[in-house]
Design a protein around this ligand. Structure first.
Ligand SMILES: O=C(O)C[C@H](O)C(=O)O
Ligand code: SF4
Length: 511
């Protein structure tokens, strides 16, 4: 086999997967966008998403800064050396990381040290099968952390919020799937795609669920029961009203694929793999001798370019409130849920490691009146040693719930930007201290990178690139107030209303 050609093919697969959303996914997003009424929060968010998809494609830059846990599924003809393929994957991965197409995303689970090149114990995940064909089939999924955290596994029978008893039958499975969409809310960057695995044990069930994400989102399930189930979920999940980013809206789910396997008598698992709208999975067939790409997979049919969408957005833009840090308490208290703000000036990134650090240590910079951005960017250093932002969307904020309120009070922080919202502890602190939570559009990493005019410094680099505190100068960084200093939270409201809607699906549908 021509290993050099194979490495180049793999490099192309990685870069394309990270930067160019597959055609079936684009079509699903286009359809969702057409269903929202112009001017609503959902429509504006979807316009940002489609603009971001277009920007990533044009700049060949990551669609989302979280380039995920890379998982390769490979089928080889009998006799092909799989060790050579794995070694080529690793070399291609290091190259893609050095080129800023992948964020260094592999972290030692015990020490927290980032390997810097996306390699590490067990990573990337590479799974092989043999087949009778002559070519090699290589598929890659880059599944980010926020949506991975919203995966859920049910052990039947069980009791579900809003739906009551889910029994060991098709109707119980239906209830689990509906519940899985509800429990994800906007935190996995809805609207999402779900893969469902029925049966197996805890690990093979999840594997089966994830395998469904490798199906085309437009295929039809050959199993009649599962086809009906998929259609039912697609027809009804959107009635939950969770909408894009959990802001409320018409589209909550973009795809549902269900697979089944046998189980043992005592176990009955329903496993659900949730994937964000930034559904990055592609595939290639490669000549077993040439190592060259023969065909791209998931690329049938029309490729939707979101070019024209960029032109549409200006009219839809609502009135915005401009903010420049340092922000006063008085200014913050005038903001209310639903306001759209645009930030100019400085913001500081801080995610898991920084929040833990700040809860026990002093801040390296004065954060009084400042804005914290829950973000782990993709950064590249040029030859002069200057840093450039390659991708910089928000991360899921709820992980900082134990720390956020205390840190805001202690350092005088007035605003935090993230996605998916925060809980009661933070809401209370916002009210007491005078702070706001601003929701940015998850996954819109190019759109936000474009607002960043410069990197003015960095602290705590020992935590690795995604976890360091980056000092970013921004212009026109847009976000929506979803939690204010008067005790209001859009996230709490959408959670409550979607739970009520979920309970409408309590009655038996499948017998
Ligand atoms: O790690 C990140 O940058 C984001 C993560 O994928 C998330 O959704 O929270
Ligand atoms: S930030 Fe959102 S879009 Fe990006 S990987 Fe996480 S869940 Fe997906």
């Amino acid at each position: 086999m021509n290993i050099e050609a194979l490495e180049n093919s793999l490099y192309e697969l990685i870069v394309e997967t990270s930067t160019n959303l597959p055609k079936d996914v684009r079509r699903a997003i286009r359809k969702a966008k057409a269903q929202e009424n112009a001017g609503t929060r959902a429509a504006i968010s979807l316009a940002t998403i489609t603009q971001n998809i277009q920007m990533a494609d044009e700049k060949v830059s990551p669609i989302c800064q979280d380039t995920g846990l890379p998982t390769f599924k490979i089928k080889t003809p009998v006799g092909v050396n799989q060790l050579e393929i794995s070694a080529a994957i690793k070399r291609a991965m290091v190259r893609a990381t050095n080129d800023g197409k992948m964020r260094p995303n592999s972290v030692d689970s015990i020490t927290g040290e980032n390997s810097g090149d996306n390699l590490g114990e067990g990573l990337p995940v590479i799974k092989y099968e043999q087949w009778e064909k002559d070519d090699i089939d290589i598929r890659l999924i880059l599944k980010g952390g926020g949506c991975e955290n919203k995966n859920i596994q049910y052990s039947l029978p069980c009791e579900l919020d809003g739906l009551g008893r889910a029994g060991r039958d098709l109707d119980g499975i239906r209830k689990c799937i509906m519940h899985s969409v509800y429990q994800a809310q906007g935190q996995g960057c809805s609207a999402g795609f779900i893969g469902v695995g029925i049966g197996g044990d805890r690990s093979s069930g999840y594997d089966l669920a994830k395998a469904q994400l490798f199906r085309s989102s437009e295929d039809v399930n050959p199993n009649e029961d599962l086809r009906k189930l998929e259609e039912y979920v697609m027809d009804h999940a959107n009635e939950l009203g969770i909408g894009t980013m959990g802001f409320g809206g018409e589209t909550t789910l973009l795809g549902c694929k269900v697979g089944v396997m046998h189980r043992i008598p005592a176990s009955f698992f329903v496993s659900v793999a949730y994937n964000c709208w930034a559904f990055r999975r592609l595939g290639i067939t490669v000549g077993a001798d040439s190592g060259e790409i023969k065909e791209w997979l998931y690329q049938e049919g029309e490729k939707i370019s979101f070019d024209e969408d960029q032109a549409e957005t200006p009219d839809e833009k609502p009135e915005v409130i401009r903010l420049t840090a340092p922000i006063s308490e008085e200014q913050i208290r005038t903001l209310k849920v639903g306001d759209v703000v645009q930030i100019d000036g400085m913001m500081y990134t801080g995610r898991d490691a920084i929040h833990k650090y700040l809860s026990d240590n002093d801040s390296p910079v004065d954060l009084n009146g400042q804005v914290i951005y829950h973000c782990g960017p993709v950064m590249l250093k040029d030859e002069e040693g200057n840093w450039h932002v390659k991708a910089a969307g928000p991360t899921t904020s709820i992980r900082e719930e134990p720390y956020q309120g205390d840190i805001m009070k202690r350092f005088g922080i007035r605003a935090v930007i993230g996605k998916g919202g925060m809980g009661p502890k933070t809401l209370k602190a916002l009210e007491e201290h005078g702070g706001v939570y601003l929701n940015a559009i998850g996954g819109a990493a190019q759109y936000y990178a474009d607002c960043i005019q410069g990197v003015e410094g960095v602290d705590l680099m020992q935590f690795g690139v995604p976890e360091a505190m980056w000092h970013l100068r921004v212009k026109g960084f847009t976000a929506v107030v979803t939690m204010d200093s008067h005790g209001n939270s859009l996230h709490k409201d959408v959670d409550q209303s979607s739970l009520e809607k979920l309970s409408r699906f309590k009655e038996k549908v499948f017998s």
